[in-house]
Design a protein around this ligand. Structure first.
Ligand code: UT7
Length: 325
């Protein structure tokens, strides 16, 4: 039994906030933000664009892309660090929004920017174990609500949005060319001893201290480059592949300099690396499924091609997924 990506979808808030706009109220500049991060703009959620709202919209798009209805969904795993409520899970709020049939299950998964890779890993394991057949894996985030808008070192880096894939269980999962398709492997890692280099100094449900994001950027940068390079090697070795086999890199979108370093490691030309950080900034758990939805939607990524996804986030968490589309 294999988990196959049957559909992809995304949702971005309407409101776009440019670097120039930020520079009007903050000691920063478009030039600094572009040079250090590659970011030109980000989308910012309006009050009604909650994690549930955006996650449900991305999920609907993924189901439509798969040609499926809500009745095909057994399970929803929502990767988010910004759920609407402490409980019920935003995943089950989305289940209700979509009108999924009774008898399913769902939960929120907290792994910060690696959340989508973690959720893909859990969903893949449950599909292989026969515990689910149709799983929505969603990444949805409203980081604009956990940012200190006076802190130029963090608030310029993030944006809001949601992305989703619909995973379908397929026996054998063979394509015409004989290559197995679907999720070939996932690898996830966590190291709590690095918890203090990227965290939120408060808690969901604490009205007195909902918390804002704190990041030691240089140290996170160093960890990101080293850990994700290891994750790339691990994914290829586990599948007995070399970098030549990889058609596309769909990385977490935190910083163009990190993305380019990973592209060089895989010897991929820039046009084989999907980049959205310039327009979306860092949307945490939503960044990979949003990038995937864009590149599948515009026809760049084609059926049968091999896609490597990798991410690093607060925790620290990091990991990879290798998927034949
Ligand atoms: O998604 C989770 C994973 N996250 C990441 O992977 C993020 C990893 N880190 C990064 O991407 C980079 O470290 C940043 C983009 C966050 C920062 O870039 P940097 O090149 O590491 O800059 P820095 O933090 O070392 O700061 C350099 C200078 C400092 O000034 P001084 O001390 O040299 O005078 C900062 O105060 O840039 C200053 N600075 C800014 N200047 C203008 C920091 N933020 C800004 C800003 N505008 N927005």
């Amino acid at each position: 039994m294999r988990a196959v990506i049957a559909g992809v979808g995304g949702y971005l808030p309407e409101r776009v906030l440019t670097n120039e706009e930020l520079a009007r109220s903050l000691d920063t500049s478009d030039a600094w933000i572009r040079e250090r991060t590659g970011i030109r703009q980000r989308h910012i959620a309006a009050p009604h664009e909650s994690t549930v709202f955006m996650g449900a919209a991305a999920a609907r798009a993924a189901l439509a892309d798969a040609g499926m209805g809500a009745d095909a969904v057994d399970a929803i795993i929502l990767a988010t660090s910004t759920p609407d409520e402490a409980f019920p899970s935003s995943a089950l709020r989305i289940q209700a929004e979509l009108g999924c049939r009774a008898g399913g299950w769902g939960f929120d998964l907290s792994a910060a920017c690696s959340g989508f890779v973690y959720a893909l890993s859990v969903a893949d394991a449950m599909i292989r174990a026969g515990q689910a057949h149709g799983v929505l894996v969603i990444g949805a985030e409203v980081y604009s609500r956990i940012l200190d808008w006076q802190d130029r070192g963090t608030c310029v880096l993030f944006g809001d949005g949601a992305g989703a894939v619909f995973l379908s269980a397929r026996q054998g999962a063979e394509r015409g060319n004989g290559a197995n398709h679907g999720i070939l492997s996932t690898h996830i890692h966590g190291q709590g001893s690095f918890g203090d280099i990227l965290y939120v100094d408060g808690a969901v449900g604490r009205a007195d201290r909902p918390g804002t994001l704190v990041m030691h950027g240089r140290e996170v940068f160093r960890q990101a480059v080293n850990r994700m390079a290891e994750a790339v090697d691990e994914a290829l070795a586990a599948n007995g592949l070399t970098h030549e086999a990889v058609d596309w890199l769909v990385p977490h979108q935190a910083n163009i300099r990190i993305i380019e370093a990973m592209g060089r490691k895989l010897h991929l030309p820039p046009e084989r690396v999907v980049v959205t950080v310039d327009r979306h900034a860092n949307t945490s758990a939503a960044s990979i499924p949003l990038a995937l939805a864009e590149a599948v939607g515009d026809g760049r990524i084609k059926p049968g091609e091999l896609v490597l996804m990798e991410a690093l986030g607060g925790g620290l968490t990091w990991g990879s997924a290798l998927v034949r589309m």
